[in-house]
Unconditional design. Structure first.
Length: 609
């Protein structure tokens, strides 16, 4: 999730406008930044690793005397943070910035290399610059962009310049955000309105498969099919901070709502449904070693630990590999039995958690094969593991992890299919899991339609001081994660427990003031879960049940309140069941007046032991 900005107009300080815009977009990622400004038909590009201030030091006099330019603040997805991987990317006279993922960049890159193109970065984005440059041999700028669009697949917002047509800027949007600001002196476009509102409150929201051609005086929107499109200008009513949150009250809520795209981005370009295969580029180098692995140990902390627990169930049931999950903070203080037939997987959003890093170093020391499931590209865990899979979830700002969690689960599904198909998972099973995984972004969206009901339930239960979160099999880890969320955000004491184990002790706590949230999807343990609900009801405890759509009426006989989630494969229910629990925690925290984005005593990334 990078941030991009473009400016074209009559004002003579494009460099200034772009730098200012980048600073406001830094929350979208800040491992490197770059800018390309035009003066006449001469371009000048500057890049720097780190925050925008580093770039600012380099740009000097080009802040002014420039009427057009593009800029980018990067959150790495392909290629580590470095000057050469920073945007803008160029080929010949074409310069561009990109936010998104080009799924088929490898095959396009190979074709372009054969045609003599020389690449200077490891990014997927650079391919687009070369492609447009290639088509520019026989076409004007606009035609070349249209031609390139026929070839690229994936999610992208692109803003492009050509030194051959210095009075023109072209932008496209497909599944990555892009907003146009219509100011008195020109046009500012950006990934979100936070980089625009200081110039104008008049905006145009682009839709997918739209292309815009700008000159300093005007702009024209076309569809990818080449038809002109009328777009209505709207008036922005947000302040700076609201714009960064895209109108959501908190980053946490925004990130909960980003989960359909976080899941889609995690699986984008990594699924070959017809062959029932997961394509994981980051594991290519260790593919043969993984074939020989006899055991998996997952090490992680907090929410990432709960994701690991779901992974254990998936990997054992579908890949047939004995798997254990360990709190990273415990791992190295006992005597972990690791050998070269053991894969030790670190799951970490930040890639910097000290406990997880220490566990990985210990595993390496003992000769294990180390893998990372990491969101932050180029982070220490990503660098120190032998191989890994990036989440592509974009930066998570809210301290309580939400979209990183569903993204981690998506990756664990892919990994299960990858390892399972190396072993005895059938083609049919591979296809079944992957085609259902593909449907999850839409199914998560459906849960949001029940938002009012979830908020009502949250408001009703905030008065209690303690709660149980119970689940069985795949949803036991979700009970743990639900309890963790409500503890973190609303400071309600909660215990995440296996619903079958509850009767062996904790049930003593149940009374009318100790409610339980129970995960009761219609799965293979549904009847057992119903028994747990009955045991609680018999002791006067209140129950909120999370169940599968269509089962509401039946479960209402047992539960006080019900939240429905769409039907899916049992192994995938955690990706849906966690969403209402995140919302419950969020609404409870808001109701109690807490700062849900920055809960007390917590840090987003804990880099000390
Ligand atoms: C901190 C955060 C948690 C997070 C955990 C692991 O404790 O507050 O939200 O789950 O670290 O972080 P990681 O970046 O390794 O996933």
């Amino acid at each position: 999730m990078c941030g991009i900005v473009g400016y074209i107009g009559k004002d003579n300080n494009a460099g200034e406008v772009l730098l200012e815009g980048l600073k406001r977009l830094e929350y979208r990622g800040y491992d490197s930044a770059g800018i390309c400004v035009m003066s006449g038909n001469k371009s000048k590009t500057f890049k720097a690793v780190g925050k925008v201030v580093e770039l600012e030091k380099k740009i000097g006099k080009y802040r002014t005397d420039t009427t057009m330019g593009i800029a980018h603040t990067r959150w790495a997805t392909h290629g580590k943070p470095s000057v050469k991987n920073a945007h803008p990317h160029s080929s010949g006279k074409i310069h561009l910035v990109h936010n998104g993922i080009i799924e088929n960049y490898q095959e396009l890159k190979e074709k372009l290399i054969k045609k003599g193109h020389k690449f200077s970065s490891e990014t997927d984005s650079e391919v687009v610059a070369h492609l447009i440059d290639e088509y520019s041999n026989k076409n004007d700028f606009e035609q070349a962009v249209f031609a390139a669009l026929q070839d690229i697949r994936g999610a992208y917002a692109l803003v492009m310049l050509s030194e051959d047509e210095p009075e023109k800027m072209i932008a496209v949007r497909n599944s990555s955000p892009l907003v146009i600001g219509v100011a008195d002196d020109g046009f500012v476009l950006a990934s979100d309105a936070s980089a625009i509102i200081q110039h104008t409150d008049k905006v145009v929201y682009l839709d997918d498969e739209e292309l815009v051609i700008f000159t300093p005086e005007t702009y024209k929107v076309k569809t990818f099919a080449g038809r002109n499109k009328y777009k209505k200008e709207q008036t922005l009513e947000w302040n700076d901070e609201q714009a960064q949150k895209e109108g959501y009250k908190h980053f946490m809520l925004k990130e909960i709502f980003e989960q359909p795209s976080a899941v889609a981005d995690a699986i984008r370009g990594r699924i070959i449904v017809k062959d029932g295969l997961a394509k994981l580029g980051g594991l290519v180098d260790v593919e043969d070693k993984l074939r020989d692995i006899k055991r998996i140990v997952i090490v992680s902390c907090g929410t990432s630990y709960c994701a690991g627990l779901v992974g254990e169930y998936m990997l054992e049931e579908y890949a047939g590999i004995p798997t254990e999950v360990e709190y990273a903070s415990e791992f190295r203080y006992r005597k972990p039995l690791i050998d070269k037939k053991t894969a030790v997987i670190a799951i970490s959003q930040s890639g910097e958690t000290a406990d997880t890093l220490a566990a990985i170093r210990e595993a390496k020391n003992k000769g294990g094969l180390t893998l990372g499931i990491v969101n932050a590209v180029g982070s220490t865990i990503a660098r120190e593991t032998d191989a890994g899979i990036y989440n592509h979830a974009g930066p998570e700002v809210g301290v309580a992890s939400t979209k990183a969690f569903t993204s981690q689960l998506s990756i664990l599904v892919l990994l299960t299919v990858f390892l399972g198909r190396q072993r005895d998972m059938s083609l049919t099973m591979g296809k079944k899991i992957l085609s259902e995984l593909n449907k999850l972004p839409k199914k998560i969206d459906e849960i949001f339609e029940d938002g009012k009901n979830i908020k009502r339930i949250a408001n009703k239960y905030t008065k209690y001081e303690s709660m149980f979160y119970l689940g069985r099999k795949y949803n036991f880890p979700i009970a743990m994660e639900g309890a963790l969320k409500i503890k973190e955000i609303s400071y309600i004491h909660a215990e995440g427990y296996p619903s079958g184990e509850m009767k062996h002790g904790p049930i003593a706590l149940i009374d009318k003031d100790f409610p339980s949230v129970i995960l009761a999807p219609k799965d293979s343990v549904y009847d057992k879960t119903l028994s747990a609900i009955e045991e609680i009801k018999a002791r006067g405890g209140k129950v909120v049940a999370i169940t599968t759509v269509g089962n509401e009426e039946k479960i209402k006989k047992h539960a006080n309140d019900v939240i429905e989630i769409p039907k899916t494969l049992e192994m995938l229910t955690p990706l849906l069941a966690v969403v209402p629990l995140q919302l419950l925690a969020y609404y409870a925290g808001v109701k109690k007046g807490f700062d849900v984005d920055k809960p007390r005593n917590l840090a987003k990334s804990v880099t000390v032991e």
